[in-house]
Design a protein around this ligand. Structure first.
Ligand code: HEC
Ligand code: HEC
Ligand code: HEC
Length: 150
């Protein structure tokens, strides 16, 4: 079966699942595109170097919510990524890498956290699709693909 079609099937069931959260009234689920803009969402960031990122949240509901909202318990309100003590640092950490991997400390820097989560997954999927020689879902991995030029 075609990978894309597989995604859309899972996607539909995920949306059904997702709407049950809304019906249960426990979580208000944003299913539109979410604008990720650190100058509005991360305390202390005054100005962006790049443009804000348009994130199609619902295009990702084929994954477990906890894949991204990794501290969520499944019922409480979902915290923002840059909540206090999470990914709320705004400067490059001194020693970000240990054995070639970003340290937990480094991932408190919101930029590293987003880049790691968003880009790593897209790279992996593009790679898998290339290997499988299936219709290549060319997910954004280049700077301008996520931060479009103004
Ligand atoms: C691919 C990653 C990813 C997946 C999967 C995902 N989300 Fe999100 N979600 C995000 C990001 C990024 C934000 C923006 C967070 C922020 O502004 O700090 C967000 C925002 C939210 C918000 C708003 C939180 C706020 O700060 O107001 C809620 C609620 C939410 N998601 C619920 C869900 C639920 C429920 C699921 C599963 C059906 C889900 N998300 C799946 C990445 C994801
Ligand atoms: C766990 C894997 C995963 C993570 C994490 C993830 N994505 Fe994706 N992303 C996907 C997949 C798969 C698609 C394709 C969905 C589809 O076509 O139905 C996608 C699609 C997209 C698209 C639409 C691309 C297009 O050509 O229409 C954008 C934009 C995007 N992601 C941005 C982000 C951003 C920003 C983040 C981090 C906040 C993120 N993604 C995190 C897997 C992921
Ligand atoms: C898969 C999507 C994605 C890709 C690819 C990506 N970024 Fe980002 N980037 C984000 C997200 C999400 C944020 C946090 C939200 C924001 O931009 O404010 C971010 C934040 C940033 C920030 C800090 C906010 C600002 O604008 O000052 C910079 C700088 C940045 N990215 C530069 C880059 C550069 C340079 C590249 C290419 C090497 C790149 N990004 C590739 C998604 C991406």
């Amino acid at each position: 079966m075609h990978k894309i079609r597989f995604f859309s099937l899972v996607f539909i069931s995920a949306v059904l699942l997702a709407s049950s959260f809304v019906i249960a009234g426990q979580v208000c689920l944003p299913d539109d595109v979410i604008t990720l803009d650190a100058s509005k969402q991360v305390k202390g960031v005054k100005k962006l170097e790049r443009t804000a990122v348009q994130f199609p949240h619902a295009d990702h509901f084929m994954y477990s919510c906890k894949k991204c909202h990794h501290t969520w318990d499944g019922t409480s309100p979902v915290s923002s990524c840059s909540a206090k003590g999470c990914h709320d640092q705004i400067t490059t950490p001194e020693k970000p890498l240990e054995k070639g991997k970003l340290t937990d400390e480094a991932l408190k820097y919101y930029k590293y956290a987003y880049h790691k989560q968003c880009k790593d997954c897209h790279l992996k999927i593009n790679e898998e699709n290339k290997k499988a020689e299936e219709a290549k879902a060319d997910l954004p991995t280049g700077c301008n693909a996520c931060h479009p030029k103004e």
